[in-house]
Design a protein around this ligand. Structure first.
Ligand code: TYD
Ligand code: MG
Length: 455
């Protein structure tokens, strides 16, 4: 047998290093590298595996077998993020910060799947069954036909699931599950990876859909969900600000549907409520047009979403003025500031710049460039943009504005929510522009000239 060598693994991304270091050069995180017992790969070590290789039955790619139907959860927001319902024999990871509401979401999903006739088993490694029951009662799901267990040993869990053969098994959380063949503490990279691998294999072989909860960990000895992302079919992240009631379920990987789809929920006293029209929610409570506030017509997955982008530009006494961003990429902000300075001569030197996406939303689309630039300029010039106006367009380093995808959907959503005009990159107009008063801009200089007067 090969000599076992100790390895050093990053708890954030799972990268393996030969020696310890303060920073992981794979993901850039600090203080996440820990010493790990090597993954045992000896024969007969896994719970399901056989000691010796055996012949496999091969099947044709072309097959007349109909696809097994997806199971609807009864929660439209969850179904959408899953790509149209839960796929049988699939493995799904639901990651998120501790306390964000993962257990609440999955307990509601469990009850909802059960109400649709699915056989559901919920295994909690963190709470006693009495606690889960208490939560279910609080959520008004006390009567749900979900089977519960509080267990952390994977061997017992797999044996039980094998006997029960549910349609869906929920494991909350993967970091509490341990495998007796791995000599490492529960939550360590090898345990999390080993347990996830067994559960994924089980899901495929026995036709059980498995959903795993994974806590995002900032640092320390507990392995984060990224360590198992590559093993599962679908990766969902449950996001939101603690102080906000909005929660966004985002698919970052989906073998059975589109990624980047979002489902929006609201955390209430009685659990999570679905938000079928997120634009209205993100814009609600918006004041009269103010300098620095701009509405961006975005696309999240397959759905248009309007969000408010807020900027504040204030004189700074610091030699290195502040650049603070919430919900948008800091590097992209720096780029937009540089383009504004180089192409239209508006400088932000000597000013602190704060940029915030309202409602705890996070935007990754470059289509928001024009809206971000608009918010920054509006704050800098202390001039509000026209009321009832949405913006979108991608900004290139030359200062040119590029058209973006799904312009018509964006405009339609704006129209639906009572907006009357739009300022967009040239080439975005299709048909009658959804009935909005449309201004197309070829570049940022024209935008500044027409919207803020000659700058
Ligand atoms: P939880 O699902 O336990 O989070 P996680 O499993 O991601 O760690 O959610 C915990 C938070 O949710 C807790 O701070 C209280 C809040 N909450 C509500 O606001 N309403 C509710 O009905 C429930 C059950 C929880
Ligand atoms: Mg929990």
């Amino acid at each position: 047998m090969a000599k076992a060598v100790t390895v050093f693994t990053c708890t954030a991304c799972g990268a393996v290093h030969k020696k310890w270091a303060g920073q992981c050069d794979a993901c850039g995180e600090w203080n996440t590298i820990v010493e790990e017992a090597p993954l045992s790969s000896g024969p007969g070590k896994t719970a399901l595996g056989a000691a010796k290789g055996r012949g496999m039955a091969l099947s044709d790619l072309a097959s007349a077998e109909p696809e097994p139907p997806r199971r609807s959860s009864g929660l439209a927001e969850l179904d959408r993020v899953l790509g149209g319902g839960l796929v049988p024999a699939s493995a799904t990871l639901v990651g998120g910060d501790p306390g964000i509401g993962k257990s609440t979401l999955l307990l509601q999903a469990a009850a909802s799947f059960a109400a649709q006739g699915a056989k559901v088993v919920y295994i909690s490694g963190e709470e006693a069954t009495a606690q889960v029951r208490l939560r279910a009662n609080r959520l008004g799901l006390g009567e749900a036909r979900v089977k519960l267990a509080a267990e952390t040993g994977l061997r017992d869990i797999l044996t039980t699931l094998d006997a029960e053969r549910p349609d869906l098994a929920i494991i909350d959380s993967i970091q509490t599950i341990w495998l007796d063949t791995i000599e490492a503490a529960p939550g360590s990279v090898s345990q999390v990876r080993g347990a996830a691998q067994e559960l994924v294999t089980f899901a495929k072989r026995r036709g059980v859909a498995v959903m795993l909860v994974g806590h995002v960990t900032k640092e320390g000895q507990i392995a984060g969900p990224r360590v198992v992302e590559h093993m599962v079919d679908t990766v969902l992240y449950f996001e939101g600000e603690r102080g906000h009631q909005f929660r966004i379920l985002r698919s970052v990987k989906n073998r059975f549907g589109p990624a980047d789809e979002i489902g929006v929920f609201e955390m209430t006293g009685a659990g999570l409520a679905e938000v079928p029209n997120p634009s209205a929610l993100f814009l609600s409570g918006r004041d009269a047009p103010a300098p620095g506030s701009v509405v961006f017509a975005g696309i999240e997955g397959t759905r248009p979403v309007l969000v408010e982008i807020q900027a504040l530009v204030a004189p700074s006494s610091l030699s290195q003025p502040r650049r603070a961003v919430v919900g948008w990429d800091g590097g992209r902000l720096a780029m937009i500031l540089a383009v504004l300075e180089a192409r239209v001569g508006i400088t932000f030197q000597g000013f602190d710049v704060y940029l915030n996406i309202a409602g705890g939303m996070r935007i990754t689309e470059p289509a928001a460039d024009l809206a971000v630039a608009g918010a920054l300029l509006s704050a800098r010039e202390d001039a509000a943009l026209p009321p009832h106006c949405v913006l979108f367009g991608e900004l290139s380093l030359s200062g040119a504005l590029r058209p973006v995808t799904q312009a018509e959907n964006r405009l339609k959503e704006a129209r639906k929510l009572g907006f009357s005009s739009a300022i967009v990159a040239e080439g975005c107009k299709t048909g009658d522009g959804a009935g909005l008063d449309l201004q197309e801009m070829p570049d940022i200089a024209r935008f500044v000239g027409e919207v803020f007067g000659a700058a």
